[in-house]
Design a protein around this ligand. Structure first.
Ligand SMILES: O=C(O)CCC(=O)C(=O)O
Length: 261
């Protein structure tokens, strides 16, 4: 099997080769951004069930969030996910240096943010992504860990039928989410087909990067306070699958547009 079809971890500490940390640079450059207006590739940057938590903590700007994140005894913060570099942090975009393993990436253009979405994830110890899911459009994903340790739980594409995808989903993309969050004994009792899956668990440490191939199911858990970057990659190995998936969505898009007209 080609190397790009299996997950692999490699050492890489060159993403942010600057004397001031990324978090401090973010606070100084973009700290004024209103938290409620931040967006990720999927719209939201914190899960709905955690939004009340942010309001209760009185966090209204990115700077306030980052200040809390740096406090040792900070109360539980929501996990800041998918913070779009292209949309919100354009002046920082050219300061990230990607490893050669993630190049070429034909989707890494500001206009293709919906596909490639270079994004930042900032999470306190104990926060995690939530449901096991698979990314859209057969993209490979490159993750780079800047601070802390994040555990990944990965499943190969063929495990999909045993991952309890949202049955009765109203929209096709909901089938990208599983009802499974982790692999604790309780989840094995609740979801017995998980015993037929082939999970791979790994911990990504600061200074390491992960190549996750197209259509692998995954979720994460932060073992310590983490700062990470991720980018979705399209190259010669998956471009036809990416185009095919977008093409398959065209009739739905056209019928929506004609319903609006
Ligand atoms: O970095 C994380 O915590 C999870 C990211 C992820 O699952 C995704 O972008 O699809």
């Amino acid at each position: 099997m080609a190397r790009q079809e299996l997950p692999w971890v490699f050492e890489y500490s060159g993403l942010w080769p600057h004397p001031v940390s990324l978090v401090d640079t973010l606070a100084a450059t973009y700290g004024h951004l209103e938290f409620a207006r931040l967006q990720g590739s999927y719209g939201w940057v914190i899960r709905n069930d955690q939004a009340k938590n942010r309001e209760a903590l009185g966090i209204s700007t990115l700077r306030e969030y980052l200040q809390r994140f740096r406090q040792q005894d900070a109360p539980k913060l929501p996990y800041l996910m998918h913070l779009s570099v292209n949309r919100h942090l354009p002046r920082l975009r050219s300061h990230f240096v990607l490893p050669p393993e993630f190049i070429p990436n034909w989707a890494d253009l500001p206009g293709l943010d919906r596909i490639s979405g270079p994004e930042l994830f900032i999470g306190q110890r104990g926060t995690g992504f939530g449901p096991v899911h698979v990314d859209h459009a057969a993209v490979h994903v490159g993750f780079i860990q800047l601070e802390g340790e994040k555990e990944f739980l990965l499943f190969p594409p063929e495990d999909g039928p045993n991952l309890y995808r949202y049955a009765g989903a109203q929209f096709p993309w909901q089938l990208r989410n599983s009802r499974v969050y982790n692999l604790e004994p309780a989840s094995l009792d609740r979801f017995p087909l998980l015993r037929r899956t082939h999970p791979v668990a790994l911990v990504l440490k600061a200074g390491q990067a992960l190549w996750m191939p197209a259509n692998w199911w995954h979720t994460t858990m932060n073992h310590s306070n983490t700062v990470s970057y991720s980018i979705r990659i399209v190259n010669h190995t998956n471009v036809l699958r990416t185009v095919a998936e977008y093409a398959a969505g065209l009739p739905r898009l056209l019928s929506r547009l004609s319903a609006r007209a």
